[in-house]
Design a binder for this molecule. Structure first.
Ligand SMILES: Cc1ncc(COP(=O)(O)O)c(C=O)c1O
Length: 372
């Protein structure tokens, strides 16, 4: 059976009434004879969401959390004072800040390295944990999970390889099959798909890691609420069809934008077919020199793209990472990452592709050349 079919049918059996859609168990506590205990620990809606994701990700365990950031925090909490954490240079702004803050607070050594640059690999240090996104936010660079895992584990077999796979989705990438010990997602993005719920998920095949993270979720209170779990589980039912449509639209609009003179570069991940089997929805583009300060003109003219930090939604969105997703970093840190005001992120929704193309055409035509 295809895993997408199995995931659609994932169900926590809770009632003799057998409703087709699992009801929302909006309860904080359960009777002593129940399989469930207290919703901070476990809840039928949360478990059903976890099951659906672990089937797609092909992992033994899944732990749902309040947000993507709390998923990262629970994983970071596996680190001890004095240990060494290596992170990739290209990272979501809040994750970057969390790592800096956490490591300073708990005396953990932090190294920021460009893990996309194979020339650096001979000099990689020994580490206790390595954390990276692939594809990365921003720029959609891909990091080779298998090779990175081999290099670090050769130096220290107990190094934990952690992959934030948010932008690939568990349909297109399964990091724990190719060398990661832990993978995680912000469920707020593709899983939700409607910009109406926040969540996160941690995935692993290791029982000790699973137990530690489960305990931290219980003690820290980072559990997903039953309603959020229900919404996410419901949205997951359409993940595959949404991604198909997002992908077709993205391919058409990417090809269209490549021909526009106002754009100097389009960023799109490398789909190698081994690690990343496909991709959908998001692209980054760089406004060409005479237009690079005109992000605002673009947003003022676009009718179908809402502004904001959200993405992978059924409706299209536009964002400027410099002032949005990476706003918590200082300008020097952003520039070190290669980020400036000319970088634009587009998330293509499910609108008719010709409508989106027309909207982009009129908005890009409204840009005015400025002297350098
Ligand atoms: C790659 C990546 N990881 C994690 C997060 C954090 O997720 P959340 O906003 O659900 O906390 C984000 C948010 O944009 C992200 O882009």
């Amino acid at each position: 059976m295809k895993k997408t079919t199995e995931s659609l049918h994932a169900k926590v059996d809770t009632s003799n009434d057998a409703p087709i859609s699992t009801p929302i168990y909006q309860a904080s506590a359960f009777e002593a004879h129940s399989d469930f205990f207290y919703s901070r620990k476990n809840n039928p809606n949360v478990e059903e969401f976890e099951q659906a994701v672990s089937i797609l990700a092909e992992t033994k365990y899944a732990i749902a959390t309040t947000t993507g950031m709390s998923a990262i925090t629970l994983v970071l909490n596996l680190m001890k004072p004095g240990q060494h954490l290596v992170i990739n240079k290209h990272l979501y702004g809040c994750s970057y800040k969390l790592f800096q803050w956490f490591c300073e607070q708990y005396q953990i050594r932090l190294s920021i390295i460009d893990l996309t640059d194979m020339d650096e690999w001979n000099n990689l240090p020994e580490a206790d944990m390595v954390f990276f996104e692939t594809p990365t936010n921003p720029f959609l660079y891909t990091v080779n999970i298998k090779k990175i895992s081999e290099v670090f584990k050769k130096k220290n077999p107990t190094t934990l390889i952690v992959v934030d796979s948010t932008w690939a989705t568990p349909l297109f990438q399964q990091p724990c099959k190719v060398g990661a010990d832990i993978s995680l997602h912000s469920a707020t993005k593709y899983f939700s798909g409607h910009s109406d719920v926040m969540g996160g998920i941690v995935l692993t095949n290791s029982q000790p890691i699973h137990e530690k993270i489960l305990s931290s979720r219980f003690y820290f209170g980072a559990n997903l609420s039953p309603f959020s779990a229900w919404l996410l589980r419901r949205s997951m039912l359409t993940l595959e069809v949404r991604l198909k449509q997002h992908k077709d639209t993205t391919n058409i609009l990417k090809a269209y934008l490549e021909g526009r003179s106002e754009i100097s570069k389009i960023y799109y991940p490398e789909i190698d077919g081994e690690q990343l089997s496909d991709y959908a929805t998001l692209i980054f583009l760089k406004l060409a020199k005479p237009y690079e300060k005109q992000y605002k003109v673009l947003t003022e003219n676009l009718k179908l793209f809402s502004t904001g930090t959200g993405m992978a939604c059924v409706t299209s969105m536009i964002a400027q990472p410099f002032s949005g997703s990476h706003a918590s970093m200082c300008d020097a840190e952003k520039r070190e990452m290669g980020l400036d005001e000319s970088l634009v992120r587009l998330s293509f929704g499910l609108e008719n592709v010709e409508d989106l193309q027309q909207d982009l055409a009129q908005a890009f035509s409204a840009l005015v050349k400025e002297d350098a």
